[in-house]
Design a protein around this ligand. Structure first.
Ligand SMILES: *[C@@H]1O[C@H](CO)[C@@H](O)[C@H](O)[C@H]1NC(C)=O
Ligand SMILES: *[C@@H]1O[C@H](CO)[C@@H](O)[C@H](O)[C@H]1NC(C)=O
Length: 218
């Protein structure tokens, strides 16, 4: 009996721990990131336990709206391990995203996390695209929640006449972001024109136009 039950239990544990968390299981209470350490590990090395303070677990950077006077009309303010060292190894983080009227958080992916957004203010048209190339989209209002599954391309657009804002939660201390347009058209060194002309079935002129518009501002 036990011979059957034990492997089954181990298998179930492996399934639960393998699918429920993005970051590895904790091996200590806390591992406050030593962001200055030159030692590279999966995450950050822990700073000396004697030197941990409440400041390591605190951040007030999401209290106020971010400035949205940029070409996209939106701003993501992250509250991840780079801002809150105490998040190291804990597998969670937040962001605040602000949107001007007409503002867009352009199509992007988070390779390391599922995201859920909670609307603080305004109304947003949001969506993600599945690997079967199906768009799942919805209009969401203040107080409502929407989920963007890990790794899938997604966006949020404020089609309203007033500013909008969300709090976004992630199951990673550092979800990572790849913005599709800038990844392809503003990488350094650049992705070759002949890759982009063929992929998008357009000419070099169109590719160079997009590249010049998305080039990092000097
Ligand atoms: C801990 O803090 C003390 C006092 O500020 C400092 O002297 C020491 O170098 C710190 N230790 C580490 C490992 O950062
Ligand atoms: C956005 O507004 C702030 C404050 O009003 C200003 O300091 C900043 O230069 C503006 N940025 C752009 C890109 O216009």
């Amino acid at each position: 009996m036990a011979a059957v039950v034990v492997p089954l239990f181990v298998m179930m544990l492996a399934i639960v721990s393998g699918t429920a968390v993005a970051d590895p299981d904790l091996l200590q209470d806390v591992c406050v990131a030593d962001l200055t350490s030159g030692v590279k590990v999966n995450g950050f090395t822990c700073k000396d336990g004697a030197n941990i303070t409440a400041t390591d677990f605190f951040f007030d950077g999401l209290a106020k709206p971010g400035l949205t006077n940029n070409s996209m009309g939106s701003l993501v303010t992250a509250a991840n391990v780079q801002k809150i060292p105490g998040l190291n190894t804990l597998g969670v983080s937040l962001s605040r995203i602000d949107y001007a009227p007409g503002g867009l958080n352009p199509p992007h992916t988070h390779p390391r996390a599922t995201e859920m957004v909670f609307v603080l203010d305004g109304q947003l048209d949001v969506g993600f695209i599945t690997t079967s190339n199906v768009l799942i989209s919805k209009t969401i209002n203040k107080g409502e929640i929407f989920v963007f599954p890990r790794g899938l391309v997604h966006f949020q657009k404020n089609n309203g006449k007033v500013p909008a804002a969300v709090i976004a939660a992630f199951n990673s201390q550092l979800p990572g972001t790849q913005s599709i347009a800038t990844t392809l058209f503003a990488a350094s060194p650049p992705v070759p024109d002949n890759v982009l002309t063929k992929a998008f079935q357009v000419g070099t002129k169109e590719v160079d136009k997009i590249k010049s518009r998305l080039a990092p501002k000097k």
